[in-house]
Design a protein around this ligand. Structure first.
Ligand SMILES: NC(=O)c1ccc[n+]([C@@H]2O[C@H](COP(=O)([O-])OP(=O)(O)OC[C@H]3O[C@@H](n4cnc5c(N)ncnc54)[C@H](O)[C@@H]3O)[C@@H](O)[C@H]2O)c1
Length: 247
């Protein structure tokens, strides 16, 4: 990224004294030695000034993000979250964290190369939690997922261990963040994250049965031949084998 120092102004002849015409006033552009600059040199100097102004206005390098979102875990769920956040224009900075460096780099590059279609100007990633610094929202999707026939509860110890390493680092880097937990078993992990983080309960949110409720409304919509937004009902209880229907 170009800084003011790297910009063309650095290469402006040091011996030139100049100021730009205002109104009808004629301005002579002189070098320090007193000789008049050629019209071409004058034009180059003027263009460099315009370019410098444009670059300074367009690139605010030190601007602190107001709406940074970090996603921990760049698997199927993490990347679905990332695409939704970018397409819905929900963040001014998106950070991705995963333990598998190659995959993380590939996923990040895919998103960065799609920047033409997003308004989020900054997409970064890393294995270190420092990339999450100053996040407003941290979404936790890291961890093992169920194998066929396995219950969500079987994942608990593996994913609790991941939370034990991740949560203190997240809070240290973003003490004011809210956390959204998606990793399973989601309700248990949400409680664990709340305890590990020391954050107020209102800032640690689990995705609960939202996905189940969306699936339920889709299935009713299919039966009735209407859009799911016209069908209402909830799946309540723990996001797992014990949840139930509420209509
Ligand atoms: N709550 C819900 O409604 C819901 C829905 C779907 C999936 N899930 C859960 O979300 C989790 C992710 O599912 P998925 O399909 O994306 O799995 P996935 O296997 O595709 O991705 C998991 C990612 O987590 C990463 N990871 C593992 N350990 C990590 C660590 N210590 N730090 C950072 N990253 C780490 C892996 O490298 C991988 O990229 C699972 O626990 C799954 O059961 C929850």
């Amino acid at each position: 990224m170009m800084t003011k120092d790297d910009s063309i102004s650095k290469h402006r002849p040091q011996d030139a004294s100049f100021s730009w015409p205002t109104g009808e006033q004629e301005v002579r552009v002189l070098s320090h030695e007193g000789s008049e600059l050629t019209p071409l040199a004058h034009q180059v100097l003027k263009m460099s000034s315009v370019k410098e102004q444009l670059i300074e206005n367009l690139i605010e390098e030190d601007k602190v993000s107001q709406n940074k979102v970090t996603i921990v875990g760049t698997g199927a769920v993490g990347m679905a979250c990332a695409i939704c956040i970018l397409l819905k224009d929900l963040a001014d900075e998106l950070a991705l964290i995963d333990v598998v460096a190659d995959k993380l780099k590939g996923e990040t590059m895919d998103l960065q190369h799609g920047s033409l279609f997003f308004n989020t100007p900054k997409i970064i990633s890393g294995k270190d939690y420092s990339v999450s610094a100053n996040s407003r929202l941290v979404i936790i999707t890291a961890g093992a997922r169920q194998q066929e026939g396995e219950s969500r509860l079987n994942l608990v110890q593996r994913n609790v261990d991941i939370m034990k390493s991740a949560i203190p680092a997240i809070v240290q880097n973003s003490p004011d963040c809210k956390m959204l937990i998606v990793s399973n078993p989601v309700d248990i992990l949400t409680y664990v994250v709340w305890k590990l983080s020391g954050l107020p309960a209102t800032r640690v949110i689990g995705s609960g049965c939202n996905l189940d409720s969306a699936r339920f409304r889709y299935l009713i919509g299919q039966k009735l031949g209407v859009h799911p937004s016209s069908c209402h009902g909830w799946i309540i209880g723990e996001h797992g084998d014990s949840s139930g229907i509420c209509v």
